[in-house]
Structure formats: C-alpha cells, structure tokens
Write a protein that binds this ligand. Structure first.
Ligand code: ATP
Ligand code: MG
Length: 411
C-alpha cells in the first residue's frame, strides 16, 4: 500500500533563529512545517489546521510551553496530538512536569539533526499505530457485538418460527373441523349462532390464515436479518472461504440500516441493487465486509455532506447509492461498483484518499483509515483492483475487482 504519512508539524518557539534551523531541517526531510511564535498563536493555529505533531518550546514569554501543552491536552480536538518539548541545555526545567502534563518526549537545543528526526519519526509512527489499532478494535468490537446480538435473537426467533408451523397446521385442522360441524349441523342452537355473530366468524375464518402467513413472513425477515448479522460478524475469521459476495454486501447494508433511513434533514437513501449472477468467490469474507462497510459509510457521509451544503428545499436528486455486481468479460474476476450521488471529490482529494490518515472530515468523525484499509484488503490481500471516478457535485463511483480464484502471492 502507498504509505505516505500525514506529516505536518507545528513548531512553537519565540526565538527566530531556533525556528529557522528547525524549519530547514524538517522541511528538507519532507515534513510540512508551520510556525507559531508564542503559545497564544499556537493555540489559535491548531484551531485552523491540526498538525500531526507539535514541537513546543518550554520557555516562552506569555503563555509558556507547559501552559500551552496543558491547554492543548484539555481540548478534545487537540488532546491527541503528540507534543515534544524543546529545552535549551542551559535551562533547568522540570522535565517530569512536562511529561506529566502529557508531552511524549523532550529534545534539547541546540538541535541535533539526526536526533530530532529520529524522535519525531518514532512519535508519528506510534501515533499512527495507535490510530490503526483503534480502528481495528472498533471493527472487531462491532463484529463481536453483532455476533452477540445475532446469537441472542436467534433462539427466540427459532422458537417462534418453529412453533408457527405447528400453529398453522392446528388452525387448519380446527377450521376443517368447524367446517364439518357447519355442514352436518346447519342449524345450531341460538347460543352458538349468537356467539358466531359476535366473533364475526366468517371474517375470522378468512383472516386467520392470512394473519398466520404474515406472521411467518415476519419471522422469516427476522431470520434473514440474523443470518446477515452472523455473516457480517465473520470479521475475525482469517482463512480463505468460498462465499457469495452479495451476502456480504446485504449484511453490511443491514448493519448500516439506521444510517440509511430518513433523518430530520433528508429522506431515506435509495439503495439500488443491480446484482449479476455471481459464482462463489474465494476470499477473506470478513475483510471484504470491512471494505463494503468503509465504502458504504463513506457514500452515506458524502450524501449527508451534500445535504448539509445545499440549501434546504432546493430541488435535487433523491439521495441514492447504486450497487452493481457483474462477472468481468474474461470471466476471471468479479466487478463491484458502489456509487453515490453525494458531494463527490476534487482531484486533490482523489490523489490522497488512499493515504493513511488522510481525511476531510472533522476531527472525531473520520480517522482517514477507511480507504487505506480497503485498498490494502483489495489489492494486497486479494490481488484485486480499486479505482475511483468522481468529481465535485457529480457523486462518486468506486469500482472494485476481485479475482474469482484467489491466486496472487499473498493468498
Ligand atoms: N464516496 C465518497 N464521496 C466523497 N468523498 C469521499 C468518498 N469516499 C471517500 N471520500 C473522501 O476520502 C477521504 C478519505 O476517506 P476514508 O474512508 O479513508 O477516511 P474517512 O472516511 O475520512 O475516515 P474513516 O473512514 O477512517 O472514518 C474522506 O475524508 C473523503 O474526503
Ligand atoms: Mg471512511
């Protein structure tokens, strides 16, 4: 996978020569560097653009480094940015205090070129690993939760649907018996006649079988949902399996059901499925579900974002996600298209969207890992391809291909 890290660093120092030296070192090493001359302006800067790491001078007039760090750690938006303190060798500062406030490291001035780069890289790497673990943990706990719920629902539903079959048979028998009575006792006693009228017997005889069949349909639906939840929660299964990809897509749609439904600001999202006749595919089913999950949630986000942008009541296309599957013409792969009529993406975003941690979403909403993970799963794990076609205002179309027989090196 293309692994271009997000690499913006904010230097906070009040001494211009310090800034200059650091700026040059970091710039040459390929980092995107921004500068703040004091604590106050650093705190303002991070509100506009969140850096991936902050180099913070301790001794500064006004809000000093410790206080700046404390405020950064206090704000949910900035609290996770790694902070490295800088101190001059001649200064006696309480290093423990800085670490207690939440800094991850110290470097001493004059700056040692190799040392500063090494430390910065260690902390950026750690932060990345941490975010990736959080994403994996999120998927795996979602899988466990879903598996748990599916399991809990399964028993009572089986109980109902199993008994419904018998109930249907018993009711049929009783209705037949009633019918025989009616034939052979055409003039029942007044009490029976009165009761038949009271319970609207004719309607009841007609309605009861219909009622039972809609109950059966209801339990079938619940059983389907449970099946989908179980399919979805195969996240931890690591072996290659022969699977029907439509099951994975459908189960993911069920998990996302509540996000697809109408909200106060938009109607239901239409999901248009054009499923081809697909053979079973040898793949990592749980991993592919993760891809569907990431692409479909991005599509929902993009639709919601468009609704946010467009003025209320403007006449526009109804929000739609299209999912098309087909066997490629050489019959070697499956092609899956997931398209939406959301905000779309400008070229700059398309160029960077597969990078780890690249996101245009507000902090806390996106980690910028969804597509990086999807890319890894499709390309490296399955030897497939993942392409995009998008432009702002025109929506987005992702096209995945997956070999039917998984033979690449990695498999
Ligand atoms: N369907 C889409 N429509 C418009 N923009 C998209 C779409 N899918 C992805 N993007 C853009 O690509 C960026 C990266 O997507 P990615 O899924 O990797 O991260 P994210 O959605 O921002 O965060 P995460 O998935 O980790 O929660 C998004 O922030 C968004 O700008
Ligand atoms: Mg995403």
């Amino acid at each position: 996978m293309k692994n271009i890290p997000n690499n913006s660093i904010l230097i906070v120092d009040d001494i211009p020569t310090n800034i200059k030296v650091l700026f040059e070192i970091l710039n040459q090493a390929g980092f995107r560097v921004s500068v703040a001359k004091n604590g106050k302006s650093a705190l303002e800067k991070v509100q506009e653009i969140l850096p991936n790491l902050i180099l913070l001078d301790v001794m500064m007039p006004g809000i000093d480094g410790f206080e700046t760090c404390r405020r950064l750690k206090h704000n949910p938006k900035t609290k996770d940015i790694p902070v490295i303190f800088m101190t001059a060798l001649s200064e006696t500062v309480d290093k423990v205090k800085g670490l207690q406030i939440g800094a991850v490291d110290y470097i001493t001035k004059p700056i040692e070129y190799e040392e500063v780069l090494a430390r910065i890289n260690v902390h950026l790497e750690l932060r990345r690993t941490q975010l990736k673990l959080v994403q994996e943990e999120k998927m795996s706990s979602l899988g466990q939760l879903v598996a748990g719920i599916a399991h809990e629902i399964n028993n009572p539903v089986n109980f109902v649907s199993g008994n419904l079959i018998h109930a249907q048979k018993y009711i049929e028998d009783l209705l037949k018996l009633l019918h025989l009575y009616e034939i052979h006792t055409p003039h029942p006693i007044p009490e029976i006649q009165a009761y038949s009228t009271q319970i609207e017997l004719d309607f009841l005889k007609q309605d009861l079988p219909q009622l039972l069949s809609s109950m059966t349909m209801g339990t079938e639906r619940v059983e389907n949902i449970v099946r989908s939840l179980r399919l979805f929660s195969r996240l931890d299964e690591t072996a290659l399996q022969l699977v029907q990809l439509h099951d994975g897509i459908d189960s993911t749609l069920i998990i996302l059901g509540s996000r697809i439904k109408a909200t106060s600001i938009r109607p239901n999202i239409n999901v248009v499925k054009e499923y081809g006749d697909l053979p079973l595919v040898e793949c990592y089913a749980g991993k592919l579900n993760q891809v569907f999950m990431n692409l479909l949630s991005n599509a929902i986000d993009a639709i919601d974002e468009l609704i946010d942008q467009v003025e209320a009541n403007t006449n526009k296309q109804s929000p739609t996600i299209w999912i098309r599957t087909v066997v490629t013409s050489d019959e070697k792969s499956i092609l899956i298209e997931i398209a939406d009529n959301g905000v779309g993406m400008p070229q700059e975003v398309q160029q960077r969207m597969f990078e780890q941690f690249f996101t245009t979403k507000p902090l806390g909403k996106g980690t910028g890992l969804g597509l990086a993970i999807a890319h890894e799963i499709i390309i490296e794990k399955h030897g497939g391809t993942l392409e995009v076609n998008s432009s702002p205002g025109e929506g987005t179309r992702f096209v995945i291909t997956i070999p039917i027989n998984c033979t690449p090196v990695d498999c």
